[in-house]
Design a protein around this ligand. Sequence first.
Ligand code: FES
Length: 71
Amino acid sequence: MGRKIVCLCNLIEEKEIVSVLNKGVESTSQVQQFTGAGRSCGRCLPEIDELVVVYKKKKPKDLQKKLDFGF
Ligand code: FES
């Protein structure tokens, strides 16, 4: 699997964005703050928004898995 650059202006990879989302970042503005992505031309902001939405959708399922003890 190759590197996927989300933010061409600041050379921020998708894996860096996913990493901060996994550490508790919850919004596009927080992704901008912690990675620097989307802080120049802004063309990548829709893609960052999408990653944030996808992550938020996944989170409750992951949480459910953790809470499901198989009883
Ligand atoms: S591509 Fe991300 S700020 Fe320009």
